[in-house]
Ligand binder design. Structure first.
Ligand code: NDP
Length: 419
């Protein structure tokens, strides 16, 4: 029995909310609070007749800590699930601290305005110190550890698929299959087709920033940074087939490098088709991916936000996307003195997800783990004071929940390896 406030009502939130409603023994009451209340009300209207979970809705500006504090104090949830945008991570964590409520999210903090001189100064120091230039990193949220410890509350960072499930797979592999893991390759394959020449599967602003950033990987205790999309491999994905994939910087590399003892290298690859890459390069070259506001006919606009308004809404891709995703990790290490390699992955079918919750598989594979991470906290299975990444907890109950709630996984011994 629990009462949870869910912030955000977009693609990922819709799935997390639908899954909480399927799991009404655990989620007895939920509040959907987001910027546009009409979306929350529409979600309530659709789901309330199907569930015992009591749904309430509210309007909130999650950039405003005071507003969040007032709403949390009024609703008194056991936990807050943040499925808004990474820009709101810190204001929501501040509100959780002020009200003594546990916090869960799916993506690490990212500044909305990367031209803000105060943020830029800290960012540039971090680039020099750490050796990677992505706009997002864990330092901002890890800095809350002591405050959460002192307040006696839990923050779980990154309970989506990647980060999230991939990180739990890592903890599970270490617990059950290895004495030491030396190499991790995280492979994110979307074999789905939505029929548009160009669309992003989740929030276009966040997605395009991630994909156009410099690539990087962790090797022998430090970051190696490479030009965007400069490392390409082919891989034959189970149930999807042969795809081109490219090395990207990805946030779980940062936490796994810290939390997996003895690790030598961690890389992250994502599949992209040629049409996506050509469109992205062109948009980047003409300045459409910029986050710096420009003046257009007397009105200030941010190019990437304007682009977002032109692109298909990721939430509208559900009915037209066919095919499957395959996301997982290849682990190589030693057990009882012998070298071994295993591959843990999940295959998810876009149309099956759409039939179940009305969303495509990208939102589904993030929304289900967001619900599961929240369940771990409100059931007391993953609850200790501080700020944690998901691989820092016992992976077993989470892995069991993945099988139960729609993301079954496979362990494959001796898989094809990535060169
Ligand atoms: P969407 O853009 O579809 O949804 C974001 C939601 O947040 C919208 O409902 C939006 O409101 C709301 N929102 C934005 N700003 C505010 C604000 N200031 N106050 C209140 N509500 C606000 O994004 P997605 O659902 O695609 O992504 C959600 C999160 O999931 C992101 O953080 C993303 O990075 C993360 N993610 C994580 C993945 C993982 O595997 N770990 C994979 C994919 C996504 P409105 O409706 O008014 O626009």
């Amino acid at each position: 029995m629990s009462k949870v406030m869910i912030i955000g009502c977009g693609g990922v939130a819709s799935v997390a909310i639908a899954k909480c409603c399927q799991n009404s023994d655990v989620f007895t009451e939920i509040m959907i609070a987001s910027r546009t209340k009409s979306k929350c009300d529409a979600m309530k209207e659709k789901l309330q007749p199907t569930t015992k979970t009591v749904i309430t809705t509210a309007q909130v500006d999650a950039d405003n800590t005071e507003e969040l504090i007032a709403l949390i104090n009024e609703y008194k949830p056991d936990a807050v699930l943040n499925v808004a945008l990474p820009y709101q991570d810190l204001t929501i964590m501040d509100a959780c601290l002020a009200t003594g409520v546990d916090y869960i999210d799916t993506a690490n903090y990212e500044a909305e305005n990367t031209d803000d001189p105060e943020w830029r100064k800290i960012y540039e120091e971090r680039c020099k110190k750490e050796g990677f230039t992505a706009y997002f990193d864990y330092s901002w949220q890890w800095a809350y550890k002591k405050k959460f410890e002192d307040a006696g509350i839990t923050a779980i960072l990154g309970s989506g698929f990647d980060p999230g499930v991939t990180s739990v797979y890592s903890a599970y592999a270490l617990k059950h299959y290895f004495d030491e893991i030396h190499y991790i390759d995280i492979l994110d394959c979307n074999g789905g087709d939505h029929g548009y020449p160009f669309a992003t599967n989740f929030n276009p602003e966040i997605n395009l920033r991630e994909v156009s950033a410099m690539g990087s990987y962790w090797e022998d205790g430090h970051w190696v940074e490479v030009e965007p999309m400069s490392i390409k491999r082919e891989y034959d994905f189970p149930e999807v087939g042969e795809k081109d994939m490219y090395l990207l910087h990805h946030e779980e590399i940062e936490s796994l490098a810290k939390n997996i003892p003895g690790i030598k290298r961690i890389r992250f690859f994502m599949t992209f088709g040629q049409s996506y890459l050509t469109h992205m390069k062109c948009l980047e070259n003409v300045g459409m991916l910029s986050t710096t506001p420009i003046n257009f006919e007397g009105k200030e606009i941010v190019p990437i936000q304007f682009l977002k308004a032109l692109l298909p809404d990721p939430a509208s891709l559900g009915p037209r996307t066919v095919g499957k995703t395959n996301i997982g990790c290849i682990f190589k290490g030693v057990k009882d003195g012998k070298e071994k390699t295993i591959y843990i992955y999940n295959v998810c079918d876009h149309q099956e997800c759409y039939k179940e919750v009305g969303s495509q598989a990208i939102s589904y594979t993030t929304g289900v783990p967001a619900m599961i991470g929240t369940m771990m906290v409100v059931e007391g299975l993953w609850k200790k004071p501080g700020v944690f990444n998901v691989e820092e907890f016992d992976p077993d109950p989470y892995m069991e929940a993945l099988n139960k709630w729609g993301l079954p996984w496979v362990v494959c011994e001796n898989p094809q390896e990535v060169e």
